[in-house]
Design a binder for this molecule. Structure first.
Ligand SMILES: Cc1cc2nc3c(=O)[nH]c(=O)nc-3n(C[C@H](O)[C@H](O)[C@H](O)COP(=O)(O)OP(=O)(O)OC[C@H]3O[C@@H](n4cnc5c(N)ncnc54)[C@H](O)[C@@H]3O)c2cc1C
Length: 355
Protein backbone atom coordinates (compact mmCIF):
# COMPACT_ATOMS: atom_id res chain seq x y z
CA UNK A 1 0.00 0.00 0.00
CA UNK A 2 1.22 3.56 -0.62
CA UNK A 3 2.83 5.48 2.19
CA UNK A 4 0.39 8.36 2.32
CA UNK A 5 -0.72 10.34 5.31
CA UNK A 6 -4.25 11.29 6.19
CA UNK A 7 -5.05 14.74 4.86
CA UNK A 8 -4.08 17.13 7.63
CA UNK A 9 -5.78 20.29 6.41
CA UNK A 10 -8.90 19.74 8.52
CA UNK A 11 -9.63 18.17 11.84
CA UNK A 12 -10.29 14.41 11.82
CA UNK A 13 -13.93 13.39 11.97
CA UNK A 14 -13.75 9.65 11.47
CA UNK A 15 -10.94 7.16 11.66
CA UNK A 16 -10.81 5.21 8.38
CA UNK A 17 -11.69 1.60 8.90
CA UNK A 18 -9.18 -1.03 7.88
CA UNK A 19 -10.15 -4.38 6.51
CA UNK A 20 -12.90 -3.17 4.17
CA UNK A 21 -12.70 -3.61 0.42
CA UNK A 22 -9.82 -1.50 -0.88
CA UNK A 23 -10.62 1.20 -3.42
CA UNK A 24 -8.16 3.49 -5.23
CA UNK A 25 -9.72 6.81 -6.18
CA UNK A 26 -7.76 8.64 -8.86
CA UNK A 27 -8.29 12.39 -8.71
CA UNK A 28 -9.17 14.59 -5.70
CA UNK A 29 -11.68 16.89 -7.39
CA UNK A 30 -15.25 17.18 -6.10
CA UNK A 31 -16.37 13.92 -7.73
CA UNK A 32 -13.45 11.87 -6.39
CA UNK A 33 -13.65 13.38 -2.93
CA UNK A 34 -17.39 12.91 -2.38
CA UNK A 35 -17.09 9.32 -3.62
CA UNK A 36 -14.04 8.65 -1.42
CA UNK A 37 -15.62 10.19 1.61
CA UNK A 38 -18.92 8.37 1.24
CA UNK A 39 -17.19 5.04 0.66
CA UNK A 40 -14.88 5.53 3.64
CA UNK A 41 -17.87 6.34 5.84
CA UNK A 42 -19.25 2.94 4.79
CA UNK A 43 -16.19 0.92 5.73
CA UNK A 44 -14.25 0.81 2.45
CA UNK A 45 -10.50 1.19 2.72
CA UNK A 46 -9.86 4.25 0.55
CA UNK A 47 -6.69 5.75 -0.91
CA UNK A 48 -6.95 8.84 -3.11
CA UNK A 49 -4.22 9.68 -5.64
CA UNK A 50 -3.94 13.30 -6.79
CA UNK A 51 -1.39 14.73 -9.20
CA UNK A 52 -1.38 18.27 -7.82
CA UNK A 53 -0.37 19.70 -4.45
CA UNK A 54 -3.85 19.98 -2.93
CA UNK A 55 -7.41 18.66 -3.19
CA UNK A 56 -10.34 20.35 -4.99
CA UNK A 57 -9.42 20.01 -8.68
CA UNK A 58 -11.06 22.69 -10.80
CA UNK A 59 -12.87 24.11 -7.74
CA UNK A 60 -9.65 25.94 -6.93
CA UNK A 61 -8.38 29.08 -5.19
CA UNK A 62 -5.05 30.79 -5.92
CA UNK A 63 -3.65 32.59 -2.87
CA UNK A 64 -1.12 35.26 -3.79
CA UNK A 65 -0.68 36.90 -0.38
CA UNK A 66 -2.72 37.68 2.67
CA UNK A 67 -6.06 39.10 1.43
CA UNK A 68 -5.23 38.50 -2.24
CA UNK A 69 -6.98 35.38 -3.46
CA UNK A 70 -8.66 34.41 -6.69
CA UNK A 71 -11.10 31.63 -7.52
CA UNK A 72 -9.52 31.14 -10.92
CA UNK A 73 -11.44 27.94 -11.80
CA UNK A 74 -15.08 27.35 -10.88
CA UNK A 75 -16.72 30.64 -9.93
CA UNK A 76 -19.70 29.46 -7.93
CA UNK A 77 -22.05 26.51 -7.87
CA UNK A 78 -25.76 25.94 -7.95
CA UNK A 79 -27.61 23.28 -5.95
CA UNK A 80 -30.81 21.93 -7.45
CA UNK A 81 -30.60 18.29 -6.38
CA UNK A 82 -31.91 17.51 -2.86
CA UNK A 83 -28.77 15.52 -1.98
CA UNK A 84 -26.49 18.46 -2.77
CA UNK A 85 -28.91 20.86 -1.07
CA UNK A 86 -28.55 18.81 2.15
CA UNK A 87 -24.79 19.17 2.01
CA UNK A 88 -25.01 22.88 1.20
CA UNK A 89 -27.24 23.46 4.23
CA UNK A 90 -24.76 21.67 6.47
CA UNK A 91 -21.74 23.44 4.93
CA UNK A 92 -23.49 26.83 5.19
CA UNK A 93 -24.19 26.26 8.88
CA UNK A 94 -20.47 25.60 9.41
CA UNK A 95 -19.25 28.53 7.31
CA UNK A 96 -17.67 26.37 4.59
CA UNK A 97 -19.90 27.83 1.88
CA UNK A 98 -22.10 30.93 1.65
CA UNK A 99 -24.52 32.38 -0.85
CA UNK A 100 -23.05 35.01 -3.18
CA UNK A 101 -25.58 37.86 -3.29
CA UNK A 102 -23.86 39.67 -6.15
CA UNK A 103 -25.32 41.78 -8.94
CA UNK A 104 -25.20 39.73 -12.15
CA UNK A 105 -25.48 41.23 -15.62
CA UNK A 106 -25.10 40.43 -19.30
CA UNK A 107 -22.90 42.65 -21.44
CA UNK A 108 -23.27 42.80 -25.20
CA UNK A 109 -21.84 45.50 -27.45
CA UNK A 110 -21.31 47.81 -24.49
CA UNK A 111 -24.91 47.43 -23.32
CA UNK A 112 -25.36 46.16 -19.76
CA UNK A 113 -28.55 44.27 -18.89
CA UNK A 114 -29.46 42.85 -15.48
CA UNK A 115 -29.88 39.09 -15.59
CA UNK A 116 -33.35 37.82 -14.84
CA UNK A 117 -34.38 34.46 -13.31
CA UNK A 118 -31.24 34.17 -11.26
CA UNK A 119 -30.36 30.86 -9.58
CA UNK A 120 -28.97 30.89 -6.05
CA UNK A 121 -25.17 30.94 -6.33
CA UNK A 122 -22.97 29.41 -3.64
CA UNK A 123 -19.24 29.85 -3.13
CA UNK A 124 -16.66 28.28 -0.83
CA UNK A 125 -15.50 30.51 2.04
CA UNK A 126 -12.91 31.99 2.13
CA UNK A 127 -12.33 30.49 -1.35
CA UNK A 128 -13.81 27.86 -3.64
CA UNK A 129 -11.08 25.45 -2.50
CA UNK A 130 -12.71 25.19 0.93
CA UNK A 131 -15.30 22.74 -0.45
CA UNK A 132 -12.60 20.32 -1.56
CA UNK A 133 -10.68 20.81 1.68
CA UNK A 134 -13.78 19.97 3.70
CA UNK A 135 -14.51 16.82 1.68
CA UNK A 136 -10.85 15.80 1.93
CA UNK A 137 -10.73 15.93 5.71
CA UNK A 138 -9.58 12.62 7.20
CA UNK A 139 -9.08 10.92 3.85
CA UNK A 140 -5.82 9.22 2.97
CA UNK A 141 -4.70 11.32 0.02
CA UNK A 142 -1.44 10.81 -1.84
CA UNK A 143 -0.68 14.26 -3.24
CA UNK A 144 1.67 14.90 -6.16
CA UNK A 145 1.10 11.35 -7.37
CA UNK A 146 0.20 11.36 -11.03
CA UNK A 147 -1.13 7.95 -12.01
CA UNK A 148 -0.02 6.95 -15.48
CA UNK A 149 -1.17 3.37 -15.79
CA UNK A 150 -3.67 0.86 -14.37
CA UNK A 151 -2.86 -2.83 -14.58
CA UNK A 152 -5.03 -5.76 -13.67
CA UNK A 153 -3.44 -8.90 -12.24
CA UNK A 154 -5.62 -11.74 -10.96
CA UNK A 155 -8.63 -10.12 -9.35
CA UNK A 156 -7.00 -6.88 -8.30
CA UNK A 157 -5.65 -3.59 -9.64
CA UNK A 158 -2.18 -2.06 -9.47
CA UNK A 159 -1.46 1.61 -10.21
CA UNK A 160 1.79 2.95 -11.61
CA UNK A 161 2.65 6.59 -10.96
CA UNK A 162 4.77 9.02 -12.98
CA UNK A 163 7.87 8.15 -10.95
CA UNK A 164 7.41 4.48 -11.86
CA UNK A 165 6.25 3.43 -8.38
CA UNK A 166 3.57 0.77 -8.03
CA UNK A 167 0.59 1.16 -5.70
CA UNK A 168 -1.79 -1.61 -4.75
CA UNK A 169 -3.26 -4.12 -4.89
CA UNK A 170 -6.79 -2.66 -4.82
CA UNK A 171 -10.10 -4.46 -5.22
CA UNK A 172 -11.68 -1.56 -7.13
CA UNK A 173 -10.48 1.51 -8.99
CA UNK A 174 -12.45 4.72 -9.45
CA UNK A 175 -11.21 7.09 -12.18
CA UNK A 176 -12.49 10.68 -11.70
CA UNK A 177 -10.48 12.75 -14.19
CA UNK A 178 -11.75 15.07 -16.95
CA UNK A 179 -12.91 13.03 -19.96
CA UNK A 180 -9.74 13.30 -22.14
CA UNK A 181 -7.47 12.44 -19.19
CA UNK A 182 -9.75 9.56 -18.20
CA UNK A 183 -9.54 8.26 -21.77
CA UNK A 184 -5.75 8.30 -21.64
CA UNK A 185 -5.60 6.45 -18.34
CA UNK A 186 -8.22 3.87 -19.32
CA UNK A 187 -5.99 2.70 -22.17
CA UNK A 188 -7.60 -0.18 -24.04
CA UNK A 189 -10.67 -0.57 -21.82
CA UNK A 190 -13.92 0.09 -23.78
CA UNK A 191 -14.72 3.00 -21.43
CA UNK A 192 -11.75 4.87 -22.95
CA UNK A 193 -13.62 5.32 -26.23
CA UNK A 194 -16.66 6.68 -24.38
CA UNK A 195 -14.52 9.18 -22.51
CA UNK A 196 -12.66 10.09 -25.70
CA UNK A 197 -15.93 11.01 -27.38
CA UNK A 198 -16.64 13.83 -24.89
CA UNK A 199 -14.78 17.01 -25.87
CA UNK A 200 -13.95 19.47 -23.10
CA UNK A 201 -13.28 23.13 -23.77
CA UNK A 202 -10.18 24.98 -22.53
CA UNK A 203 -10.34 28.24 -20.60
CA UNK A 204 -7.75 30.97 -20.08
CA UNK A 205 -8.29 32.67 -16.71
CA UNK A 206 -6.78 36.04 -15.80
CA UNK A 207 -6.37 37.13 -12.19
CA UNK A 208 -5.99 40.89 -11.70
CA UNK A 209 -5.91 43.15 -8.64
CA UNK A 210 -6.10 46.92 -8.25
CA UNK A 211 -5.35 49.01 -5.19
CA UNK A 212 -8.32 51.27 -6.00
CA UNK A 213 -11.81 49.90 -6.61
CA UNK A 214 -12.88 49.59 -10.25
CA UNK A 215 -16.08 51.61 -10.44
CA UNK A 216 -18.72 49.35 -11.95
CA UNK A 217 -22.00 48.61 -10.20
CA UNK A 218 -22.15 44.85 -10.78
CA UNK A 219 -20.17 41.86 -9.52
CA UNK A 220 -20.42 39.22 -12.22
CA UNK A 221 -20.98 39.61 -15.96
CA UNK A 222 -21.71 37.11 -18.74
CA UNK A 223 -20.08 38.69 -21.78
CA UNK A 224 -21.12 38.25 -25.43
CA UNK A 225 -19.19 39.08 -28.62
CA UNK A 226 -15.86 39.42 -26.83
CA UNK A 227 -12.69 37.46 -26.14
CA UNK A 228 -14.15 37.22 -22.64
CA UNK A 229 -17.12 35.11 -21.55
CA UNK A 230 -17.16 35.93 -17.84
CA UNK A 231 -15.94 38.72 -15.57
CA UNK A 232 -16.23 38.64 -11.77
CA UNK A 233 -15.25 40.85 -8.91
CA UNK A 234 -13.75 38.12 -6.73
CA UNK A 235 -13.68 40.54 -3.79
CA UNK A 236 -17.49 40.74 -3.84
CA UNK A 237 -17.84 37.12 -2.77
CA UNK A 238 -18.55 36.51 0.92
CA UNK A 239 -15.55 36.08 3.21
CA UNK A 240 -13.01 37.73 0.87
CA UNK A 241 -11.19 40.95 1.71
CA UNK A 242 -12.41 44.04 -0.18
CA UNK A 243 -8.88 45.44 -0.69
CA UNK A 244 -7.24 45.17 -3.08
CA UNK A 245 -10.03 44.88 -5.65
CA UNK A 246 -9.52 41.35 -7.08
CA UNK A 247 -11.07 40.30 -10.40
CA UNK A 248 -11.20 37.09 -12.41
CA UNK A 249 -11.64 37.16 -16.19
CA UNK A 250 -12.47 34.02 -18.17
CA UNK A 251 -11.88 33.94 -21.91
CA UNK A 252 -14.53 32.35 -24.11
CA UNK A 253 -14.02 28.69 -25.10
CA UNK A 254 -13.41 29.74 -28.73
CA UNK A 255 -10.81 32.38 -27.85
CA UNK A 256 -9.13 30.01 -25.38
CA UNK A 257 -8.92 27.23 -27.97
CA UNK A 258 -7.46 29.56 -30.60
CA UNK A 259 -4.88 30.95 -28.14
CA UNK A 260 -4.06 27.75 -26.29
CA UNK A 261 -0.31 28.14 -26.87
CA UNK A 262 -0.12 31.92 -26.41
CA UNK A 263 2.13 32.96 -23.50
CA UNK A 264 0.42 33.79 -20.19
CA UNK A 265 1.76 37.38 -20.30
CA UNK A 266 0.31 37.99 -23.75
CA UNK A 267 -3.01 36.43 -22.74
CA UNK A 268 -3.18 38.64 -19.64
CA UNK A 269 -2.54 41.77 -21.74
CA UNK A 270 -5.19 40.99 -24.36
CA UNK A 271 -7.85 39.96 -21.86
CA UNK A 272 -7.23 43.04 -19.75
CA UNK A 273 -7.95 45.17 -22.81
CA UNK A 274 -11.12 43.17 -23.44
CA UNK A 275 -12.11 43.84 -19.82
CA UNK A 276 -11.59 47.61 -20.23
CA UNK A 277 -13.64 47.53 -23.42
CA UNK A 278 -16.46 45.51 -21.84
CA UNK A 279 -16.80 47.74 -18.78
CA UNK A 280 -16.22 50.94 -20.71
CA UNK A 281 -13.93 52.48 -18.09
CA UNK A 282 -10.17 53.06 -18.37
CA UNK A 283 -8.20 50.75 -16.08
CA UNK A 284 -5.27 51.95 -13.99
CA UNK A 285 -2.18 49.66 -13.95
CA UNK A 286 -2.96 46.44 -12.06
CA UNK A 287 -1.00 45.75 -8.87
CA UNK A 288 -1.15 42.02 -9.65
CA UNK A 289 -1.71 40.30 -12.97
CA UNK A 290 -1.37 36.64 -13.97
CA UNK A 291 -2.95 34.16 -16.36
CA UNK A 292 -3.71 30.48 -15.86
CA UNK A 293 -4.59 28.01 -18.59
CA UNK A 294 -7.19 25.35 -17.87
CA UNK A 295 -6.74 22.78 -20.59
CA UNK A 296 -10.09 21.19 -19.67
CA UNK A 297 -12.81 23.35 -18.15
CA UNK A 298 -16.32 22.30 -19.22
CA UNK A 299 -17.97 19.58 -21.29
CA UNK A 300 -20.45 16.84 -20.74
CA UNK A 301 -21.94 13.66 -22.09
CA UNK A 302 -25.46 14.43 -23.38
CA UNK A 303 -26.73 11.06 -22.13
CA UNK A 304 -25.84 11.99 -18.50
CA UNK A 305 -25.20 8.45 -17.25
CA UNK A 306 -23.48 9.68 -14.06
CA UNK A 307 -21.16 6.65 -13.76
CA UNK A 308 -19.52 3.98 -15.93
CA UNK A 309 -19.19 0.71 -14.02
CA UNK A 310 -17.48 -2.48 -15.15
CA UNK A 311 -18.61 -4.76 -12.36
CA UNK A 312 -16.56 -7.71 -13.52
CA UNK A 313 -13.22 -5.97 -13.09
CA UNK A 314 -14.20 -3.43 -10.42
CA UNK A 315 -13.50 -0.39 -12.60
CA UNK A 316 -15.63 2.74 -12.21
CA UNK A 317 -15.46 6.08 -13.97
CA UNK A 318 -17.18 9.23 -12.72
CA UNK A 319 -16.78 12.98 -13.04
CA UNK A 320 -18.64 16.14 -13.98
CA UNK A 321 -18.64 15.24 -17.67
CA UNK A 322 -20.86 12.21 -16.99
CA UNK A 323 -23.52 14.19 -15.14
CA UNK A 324 -24.19 17.44 -16.93
CA UNK A 325 -20.89 19.14 -16.12
CA UNK A 326 -20.15 21.61 -13.34
CA UNK A 327 -19.75 21.14 -9.61
CA UNK A 328 -23.26 19.84 -9.08
CA UNK A 329 -22.71 17.22 -11.78
CA UNK A 330 -19.34 16.23 -10.29
CA UNK A 331 -20.93 15.85 -6.87
CA UNK A 332 -23.84 13.74 -8.13
CA UNK A 333 -21.61 11.57 -10.28
CA UNK A 334 -19.21 10.88 -7.39
CA UNK A 335 -22.07 10.15 -5.03
CA UNK A 336 -23.65 7.75 -7.52
CA UNK A 337 -20.34 5.91 -7.91
CA UNK A 338 -20.17 5.43 -4.14
CA UNK A 339 -23.81 4.31 -4.01
CA UNK A 340 -23.18 1.74 -6.73
CA UNK A 341 -20.22 0.24 -4.88
CA UNK A 342 -22.18 0.18 -1.64
CA UNK A 343 -25.15 -1.46 -3.35
CA UNK A 344 -22.99 -4.16 -4.94
CA UNK A 345 -20.89 -4.97 -1.87
CA UNK A 346 -23.15 -7.32 0.07
CA UNK A 347 -22.88 -6.43 3.73
CA UNK A 348 -22.86 -2.64 3.60
CA UNK A 349 -25.85 -0.40 4.12
CA UNK A 350 -26.72 2.35 1.66
CA UNK A 351 -25.03 5.71 2.12
CA UNK A 352 -26.71 8.31 4.25
CA UNK A 353 -27.58 11.55 2.52
CA UNK A 354 -26.13 13.97 5.05
CA UNK A 355 -22.44 14.74 5.62
C1 LIG B 1 -12.37 28.02 -15.66
C2 LIG B 1 -13.46 27.16 -15.10
C3 LIG B 1 -14.66 27.74 -14.72
C4 LIG B 1 -15.68 26.95 -14.19
N1 LIG B 1 -16.81 27.55 -13.72
C5 LIG B 1 -17.73 26.81 -13.07
C6 LIG B 1 -18.82 27.44 -12.40
O1 LIG B 1 -18.91 28.67 -12.34
N2 LIG B 1 -19.73 26.64 -11.78
C7 LIG B 1 -19.61 25.27 -11.75
O2 LIG B 1 -20.45 24.59 -11.15
N3 LIG B 1 -18.57 24.66 -12.36
C8 LIG B 1 -17.63 25.40 -13.00
N4 LIG B 1 -16.54 24.80 -13.57
C9 LIG B 1 -16.51 23.34 -13.63
C10 LIG B 1 -16.19 22.70 -12.29
O3 LIG B 1 -15.00 23.24 -11.78
C11 LIG B 1 -16.07 21.20 -12.52
O4 LIG B 1 -17.26 20.73 -13.11
C12 LIG B 1 -15.82 20.37 -11.27
O5 LIG B 1 -14.95 21.03 -10.38
C13 LIG B 1 -15.26 19.03 -11.75
O6 LIG B 1 -14.96 18.17 -10.67
P1 LIG B 1 -14.39 16.71 -11.01
O7 LIG B 1 -14.09 16.07 -9.73
O8 LIG B 1 -15.32 16.02 -11.95
O9 LIG B 1 -13.05 16.97 -11.85
P2 LIG B 1 -11.72 17.77 -11.46
O10 LIG B 1 -12.01 18.91 -10.57
O11 LIG B 1 -11.04 18.07 -12.75
O12 LIG B 1 -10.88 16.71 -10.63
C14 LIG B 1 -10.00 15.80 -11.21
C15 LIG B 1 -8.73 15.73 -10.38
O13 LIG B 1 -7.88 14.73 -10.93
C16 LIG B 1 -6.54 15.19 -10.89
N5 LIG B 1 -5.80 14.43 -11.90
C17 LIG B 1 -5.82 14.58 -13.25
N6 LIG B 1 -5.05 13.62 -13.84
C18 LIG B 1 -4.55 12.86 -12.83
C19 LIG B 1 -3.72 11.70 -12.81
N7 LIG B 1 -3.25 11.15 -13.93
N8 LIG B 1 -3.39 11.16 -11.61
C20 LIG B 1 -3.86 11.70 -10.44
N9 LIG B 1 -4.67 12.81 -10.42
C21 LIG B 1 -5.01 13.37 -11.59
C22 LIG B 1 -6.65 16.68 -11.15
O14 LIG B 1 -5.51 17.37 -10.68
C23 LIG B 1 -7.92 17.02 -10.39
O15 LIG B 1 -7.65 17.41 -9.06
C24 LIG B 1 -15.50 25.55 -14.08
C25 LIG B 1 -14.27 24.99 -14.44
C26 LIG B 1 -13.26 25.77 -14.92
C27 LIG B 1 -11.93 25.16 -15.25
Amino acid sequence: MPSCELDSTSKPVLVPQKGGESVAVIGAGISGLIAARTLQDHGFDITVFEKSRGPGGRAATRRIASGITFDHGAQYFTARDPQLISYVESWSARGIVAEWYGQFVEIQGGEVRTKSNQPRRFVGVPGMASVGRELASNLRICLEKRILRLTRSGDSWELIDAAGHEHGPFHQVLVTLPAPQSAELLGTHPFAAEAQSIPMTPCWAVMAAWERRIEVDWDGAFVQDSALAWIARNSSKPGRGSEPDCWVLHASPEWSATHLETTPDDVAGVLLQAFAQAVGVPLPPASFLAAHRWRYSLGSDPSERKVLYDRETGLLVCGDWLAGGRIEGAFLSGLRAAELLCEYSGSLSKPTKLP
